[in-house]
Design a protein around this ligand. Structure first.
Ligand code: ARG
Length: 461
């Protein structure tokens, strides 16, 4: 008979046991479960709620179980519903009746809340390390490619020239916000729920602050009902993960486009691309495509948990057991994507010549030519119209701005002069010299800022 069926006369139906069990997936929490139980047992002994001898036996037993699990030698009892019951049963089997004292002043409801919080805290630390790593790669590439120019797009139409560094640093910024979002989520995850009991608190003289300190939490929860019923921190985490995956999928899309023959701005390293089973000429950017595809499941987990939590009355409800698989998959998917991106982006071969080719015929300097007329006193709206007509004519006659003669320019406005040929890509970029712009000076400042944030030692470079 299982540990918790005192009031039952029959075992649960096999199908029920299978349906309700979480052990197949929540085994993954074992390390946190044992950490939490050790802290709890020490506190119980310290407070005289159990004897020091029982406390020592429990801690020793838990450590031995952890080793068993790590060595792959742990065979949980089949009737164990979840990792909490599995560890507790093994403990009693191992150390005898003292094992039955571990669960004093505790419920699985506050226990699972604790384990999940410990798990999410660790996940955030790992994820932010991986975000940081990808940011370092982007900053390094930006540093090396300050002088490389490519067309910036709006509506996927060539718009204005920008530095490749500026482009890469845009992704750095997105990742910086992700980093901060995770840090912020960490603060609300860093709250110790143990001591809430099943829902109303516990009737023993426990020391919650001690447990929090042992486990590295900076706060304890203030309301026991809320503490066992709250999964906001998981939702927040999955939401931050969704935004981060969305950013990665945008970068992925960029790389897929750029590696097409139509763009030809980059070539993926062979080690980050696959061939086609039928078309020998192909080099597919599978990693980027899959990252773009995997966003779906991460959004899915967020929606699933939001839906699961909707309308649940206080306090704990079994529905909440459904939080775990989505959470684990979110962590795995995001971590794997961040890690593989660092390698993939680092090995990209940029093709500045191809980027330069697209600058010419795209009339990317049209805004600058309009600005030129504004400099001669024309109102911007009129300048916009004049240059619009000019571009129309140039496109029909297959001429770039540099190929238009001065007399042809003058057909559109008498104010055009020889100095119109001074409007170049370099000057266009240099002119955008306000904070946040693509001018070399601004990019240097942005790089400096990024390096400071990442604590990259500029001296060493
Ligand atoms: N396996 C459960 C979960 O993951 C642990 C808490 C169960 N509590 C309970 N009263 N059934 O949420």
């Amino acid at each position: 008979m299982s540990l918790i069926r005192g009031r039952f006369q029959k075992e649960a139906h096999q199908a029920v046991a299978r349906y309700t069990a979480s052990l197949p997936f929540d085994r993954r929490l074992f390390h946190y479960d044992i950490l939490g139980s050790i802290a709890h047992a020490k506190m119980l002994a310290r407070q005289g709620i159990i004897t020091a001898k029982d406390g020592r036996a429990i801690v020793k037993g838990l450590k031995a179980i952890e080793e068993e699990i790590e060595a792959g030698q742990f065979r949980p009892k089949t009737e164990s519903e979840d990792i909490h019951m599995a560890i507790e049963s093994r403990l009693s089997e191992m150390i005898g009746p003292s094992g039955g004292r571990l669960h004093t002043a505790r419920s699985r409801n506050d226990q699972v809340a604790l384990d999940t919080r410990l798990f999410v805290k660790d996940a955030i630390i790992q994820i932010n390390l991986a975000v940081d790593k990808l940011q370092v790669v982007l900053v390094r590439l930006a540093d090396q490619n300050q002088r490389v120019v490519l067309p910036g797009y709006t509506h996927l139409q060539r718009a204005q020239p920008v530095s490749l560094a500026h482009y890469l640093l845009a992704y750095f910024e997105m990742l910086q916000r992700d980093f901060e979002r995770f840090e912020d989520c960490f603060k609300r995850t860093d709250v110790m729920p143990l001591g809430s009991g099943a829902l109303a608190g516990v009737a023993y003289p426990i020391d919650r602050a001690y447990v929090a300190k042992q486990l590295g939490f900076s706060r304890i929860s203030r309301n026991s009902l809320d503490a066992v019923a709250d999964r906001d921190f998981v939702i927040e985490f999955e939401s931050a993960a969704s935004v981060c995956m969305m950013h990665l999928s945008r970068l992925a899309m960029e790389l897929v486009l750029w590696s097409s023959s139509e763009f030809g701005f980059i070539e993926m390293d062979d080690s980050y691309a696959h061939g086609s089973s039928i078309m020998p000429q192909k080099k597919n950017p599978d990693v980027a495509e899959l990252a773009r595809g995997k966003v779906g499941r991460v959004y899915g987990h967020l929606m699933a948990l939001m839906t699961t939590m909707k309308g649940l009355p206080l306090a704990y409800n079994s529905d909440m057991q459904e939080d775990k698989e989505g959470l684990f998959d979110t962590v795995d998917t995001l971590l794997a994507t961040l890690e593989i991106f660092a390698g993939m982006v680092e090995t990209i071969k940029f093709k500045p010549e191809r980027m330069a080719l697209t600058l010419d015929k795209g009339y990317l300097l049209a805004t600058d030519i309009a600005d030129y007329l504004v400099g001669k006193g024309v109102a911007f709206r009129s300048a916009h119209e004049i240059v619009g007509k000019l571009v129309n004519w140039a496109a029909e006659n297959d001429k770039s701005f540099a190929e238009i003669s001065l007399s042809q320019y003058r057909q559109f406005s008498k104010l055009f002069d020889d100095d119109v040929y001074l409007v170049t890509v370099d000057r266009s970029m240099a002119a955008r010299n306000n904070p946040g712009g693509t001018a070399p000076e601004q990019i240097r400042a942005a790089l400096e800022h990024a390096k400071q944030l990442l604590s990259i030692d500029t001296e060493k470079k």
